[in-house]
Design a protein around this ligand. Structure first.
Ligand SMILES: Nc1nc2c(c(=O)[nH]1)N[C@@H](CN(C=O)c1ccc(C(=O)N[C@@H](CCC(=O)O)C(=O)O)cc1)CN2
Ligand code: GAR
Length: 206
């Protein structure tokens, strides 16, 4: 059976992109294109190494209108069915043709620790400062405002032993690496979980 083509959108190192590529062999999706928010993104090299079509756009406020057109044309050209934001740090155009087919992974249990400014280590520092013993990851639909789309799935992680934000980040990213391929596989097959929660992994995992 042919796989469903997915475009992955990045702004950073591309660890999430790399994980989706590594797991696609056993999933119903295939990474068919990459969208990047800067020519300086280290993750662009992953797209180049995998000989994937790569679109780099200016997603800043002044570039949004042009980016929306460029992204729409790129997605059509490569017959993309779904878009997965993966460490993407700019507002993504909410394309009408892709309603409920643009998703994002956030490194916390939304609705907590979401919204403007809440990305990367900022999220894990906030969890540490709050003294939370449980954190995790959330996959949600992408809507106009950051992190406000309907939640699709979550993974919880016991971070009570973490000594610092970096320790939380490591544990949460390991959970993300399980949650994203699993959830994307279900979504592209039309098997959308109401609100799938994957319980805490054993602390010794990973
Ligand atoms: N239309 C949407 N676009 C994006 C969404 C979304 O839900 N709807 N999610 C974010 C991902 N995200 C958290 O998961 C997130 C990313 C970035 C920010 C943020 O505050 N960014 C800064 C700029 C940071 C930088 O350029 O280094 C900002 O906007 O000022 C918050 C949440 C991705 N896009
Ligand atoms: N709010 C968005 C956000 O913080 N996304 C987070 O950025 C990391 C991606 O790293 P990567 O660029 O190496 O894949 C991931 O932990 C992801 O959850």
């Amino acid at each position: 059976m042919s796989k469903i083509p997915v475009a992955v959108a990045i702004s950073g190192g591309g660890r999430t992109l790399k994980n989706l590529l590594e797991q696609q062999h056993s999933r119903a999706y295939e990474v068919a294109a990459v969208i990047s928010s800067s020519t300086l993104c280290a993750g662009n090299q992953i797209a180049i190494d995998h000989k994937l079509p790569l679109l780099v756009c200016d997603f800043s406020a002044k570039g949004q209108e042009q980016a929306q057109t460029q992204v729409g044309d790129f997605l059509n050209e490569h017959h993309i069915a779904w878009i997965a934001l993966a460490g993407f740090l700019k507002p993504f155009p909410v394309l009408q043709a892709f309603e409920r087919r643009i998703i994002n992974i956030h490194p916390a249990l939304l609705p907590r620790y979401g919204g403007k400014g809440m990305y990367g280590m900022n999220v894990h520092r906030a969890v540490l400062d709050a003294g939370d013993s449980i954190s995790g990851a959330t996959i949600h639909y992408v809507t106009e405002k950051y992190d406000e789309g309907q939640i699709i799935s979550q993974a919880t992680v016991d971070v009570s032993d973490a000594q610092d934000a970096e320790g939380i980040a490591k544990q949460v990213f390991a959970a993300e690496c399980r949650l994203y391929p699993y959830t994307l596989d279900l979504l592209v097959k039309g098997e959308t979980p109401d609100h799938l929660v994957i319980e805490s992994q054993r602390k010794t995992d990973d």
